[in-house]
Design a protein around this ligand. Sequence first.
Ligand SMILES: Nc1ncnc2c1ncn2[C@@H]1O[C@H](COP(=O)(O)OP(=O)(O)OP(=O)(O)O)[C@@H](O)[C@H]1O
Ligand SMILES: [Mg+2]
Length: 328
Amino acid sequence: MQFAFIPVKLQAGVFDRETPTPFKVPIDGSLTRGQLGSGTSGEVFSIVAFPSEFRYFEQPPKGFAIKRIAETDEVDREIRVLTQLNKIPPNNRQAIALAPIYTGFRRGTVTYLVGALADMDLDRFMKENPNPSSMNIQRKLILLQLRGLAQALNICHTKLDGYSIYNHDLKPENILVFKDPAKKQTTLKITDWGSADAKPFNHSGGGASPRSQCGVNPPYTAPKCRHDAPTSRRHDIWSLGCIFAEILIWYTKVWSALEKFRVDREAENDEDWCMNPGSVLVGTVRQALANLETAGWHPQVSLIKWMLSFQEASRPTANQVASHAALR
Ligand SMILES: Nc1ncnc2c1ncn2[C@@H]1O[C@H](COP(=O)(O)OP(=O)(O)OP(=O)(O)O)[C@@H](O)[C@H]1O
Ligand SMILES: [Mg+2]
């Protein structure tokens, strides 16, 4: 039974092959090592892999995750995005914060994507490590992770062979945590391209995308996204600003403080981090950012406020975020 999940063969960067029949695929979680998570479009399982599959990898992942997507309407777009992303050379250090998704296959109407197994997502990581001060994580390591996420986003937004990819669903559940005990490193990586798109690059901010393609889960989506207007890659910058703020709230305090922040913010506005309609951040967010400034994060808060500019054109680019002195 442990062989039930092996795709025909792992061929990095190929996403659209039909699997030959008869071919066994993970129809339900009982056949896998366990379900890792689920979201609006898919279920993700940990899978067993033949050692022979590792020949494709210079540095094999510690395991594989397979995402099963039953809905086929939007999956072709996700595959198009992943095909573009896989053009990034594996040794591109700036792309380290992109969770690898190697290959995929389709059986009937169900699509399977195979990627590197992470330890968990960022939301669970913060919850399971409620007291970060006891973990002795250095401040500069936190900044390194924030910078890594911005660098990876910059590659997607601007450095892809004439294309611009935006994720449009950045949130803590879509950031994966990869621990490397040997190197004593923990790296945050962006995943889930189910709301993403790839458009020809344009200097003004990327191709427009209709509201339906914005992430479906408030509250990390940018305000403009909710007003049926086309959005651009600066949408991701807003979401990343929210994530940066939440990471710093967790890091400087405890998980329960972040939970309280979320509850209070939601009580003010259950959809956005800003007043609705309006160009002002909700009071809970303003207070939390003020608290972070007092706690010694003044430059970082200035950057976050810039990222949370109501007007898209006023937000920094991913490159400006990645190269900002506040993240050094
Ligand atoms: N490679 C992986 N390793 C470990 N866990 C993973 C991996 N990929 C996804 N997960 C877990 O599964 C969850 C759902 O995955 P993903 O976000 O890709 O699915 P989705 O259905 O597109 O979600 P969404 O609701 O955001 O659209 C993630 O939030 C994470 O907890
Ligand atoms: Mg997701």
